[in-house]
Design a binder for this molecule. Structure first.
Ligand code: IMP
Length: 434
């Protein structure tokens, strides 16, 4: 299936290797953009996270949510890869591959590279995540997909890598080790036998696709192919630079792409961030610009702000330029795509947080490292007139109504990076360009 011709020009892919990340707390609408920009790419690589992500795409008017497969999978002749930094739920990946096949996507090992180095999410890890989240203290509001426990096992060197999972002898050896290591493991084996059966069955299905993906990716980069490196979640959920502990367990930022693939930073040509014209967050954690009023409710309804993976309602707030500037700096963003601008249409006024006010520290103009400090901050807003005119679905940013243009200009001024594209609707072609 080829990308429809309606999709516009793709300036960010002028660089041969581009990283595309979520620039807020996830759910910025990356799926649509990655799918659209991927039309120009020869290889699309997902570099972290697992089936905690949910990228919603509309292909030929039909909705599909991808959790693990790169969003570029719908483009003919293109290669998709999951690199070492990803965690893979095998049974869920098989379901997704079958779903993609219903959309006419023929998956072949020459078109889908699954890294043998990627770690495997097992029913045991899902169990551990659920246990942790059910405690009255310390819940993070995770997706309960086993992400944290899988990355924990990887770091403590007791994880199962995909290359070993598809090998029956290695898989059985790992299972035996886990039985010896954890007294509870046997109980989880028998309580969740259906999940374990699906887990076992997935091995044969995935085996042909498991390969040394990183070497293939480096070869493609060296050959000057157009490569798109796709982040999941968002930069503020990064394990090191996000709002710890209310983060995911991987390196969601642009540097994560290099580490996951084993690709030297000098090969990265451009880093692009996707942000919404407002902010959402799922799960717990600080959110200075969160709205609890009618404006927040209307943005949530109009923007259909429900998690693509868990269906949870997302928390909604005004665009936070302090946080976004921090993300621009941490990730070296050369440009930002401002998505879902159409959702702001019709508001009497629109706001951007340009600083924080802390009860004792006073006004802060940069993002504090301490999540408790951030929790105590109130936003300092710049308020601007809204716009009621419909914004054009496609064309140029210059075609926006004057008030919306002013909003975009103020965002650029405060974050120190250009807005290179504006999202105006859910379809691939719904975009304004410079
Ligand atoms: P985990 O990644 O399931 O461990 O969840 C950790 C935090 O990241 C929670 O606040 C989740 O809601 C959040 N999170 C994980 N994946 C996504 C995503 O794809 N979009 C938005 N938030 C996410």
């Amino acid at each position: 299936m080829s990308a429809p011709a309606q999709h516009g020009k793709t300036e960010p892919l002028k660089a041969s290797t581009t990283v595309l990340i979520g620039a807020q707390w996830g759910d910025e609408g990356k799926g649509k953009w990655i799918d659209s920009l991927a039309a120009d790419a020869e290889l699309v690589v997902r570099y972290q996270g697992g089936n905690n992500a949910g990228h919603t795409l509309y292909v030929d008017g039909k909705k599909i949510v991808l959790h693990q497969l790169p969003s570029g999978i719908f483009h003919d002749g293109q290669v998709s890869a999951l690199a070492a930094g990803v965690v893979v739920n095998p049974a869920q990946l098989v379901i997704e591959m079958e779903r993609a096949a219903e959309f006419g996507v023929t998956l072949h090992p020459s078109r889908l590279w699954l890294s043998g180095r990627a770690h495997v999410i097992t029913p045991w890890h899902v169990y551990l995540d659920e246990q942790r989240e059910s405690r009255s203290h310390g819940a993070i509001g995770t997706t309960k997909r086993g992400i944290g426990p899988t990355y924990s096992d990887k770091a403590s060197r007791s994880g199962l890598r995909l290359g070993h999972f598809v090998n029956e002898t290695s898989r059985k050896r790992w299972l035996q080790q886990m039985r010896e290591l954890h007294p509870e493991f046997n109980k989880v084996l028998s309580d969740r036998h259906e999940a374990w059966a699906a887990f076992e069955a997935a091995a044969a299905r995935l085996a042909p696709f498991v390969t040394d993906a990183e070497t293939h990716i480096r070869t493609a980069v060296a050959a000057g192919k157009k490569v798109l490196l796709e982040g999941a979640q968002g930069a503020l959920l990064d394990i090191d630079h996000g709002t710890y502990p209310f983060v995911t367990s991987s390196t969601t930022g642009s540097a994560g792409a290099c580490q996951s693939i084993g690709l030297a930073p000098r090969h990265i040509g451009a880093c692009i961030g996707i942000a919404k014209g407002y902010v959402t967050r799922v799960g717990a954690g600080p959110f200075p610009t969160e709205l609890h009023d009618e404006v927040g409710k209307s943005l949530a309804t109009k923007g259909q702000e429900f998690g693509a993976t868990t269906g949870r309602p997302r928390r909604v707030g005004w665009l936070d330029a302090v946080a976004l500037r921090y993300v621009v700096d941490v990730n070296g963003l050369s440009g930002v795509i401002l998505n879902k601008m159409d959702i702001l249409t019709g508001l009497k006024e629109v706001k951007i947080a340009v600083a924080y006010r802390h009860p004792t520290a006073g006004e802060l103009t940069s993002m504090p490292w301490d999540t408790e400090v951030l929790e105590a901050c109130q936003p300092v807003y710049e308020t601007m007139p809204g716009w009621s005119e419909d914004i054009p679905r496609s064309g140029k940013i210059a075609d926006l109504p004057a008030a919306a243009r002013h909003f975009v200009a103020e965002v650029e001024r405060h974050i120190g990076a250009p807005v290179i594209m504006v999202g105006t609707g859910p379809n691939r072609g719904d975009a304004l360009y410079r």
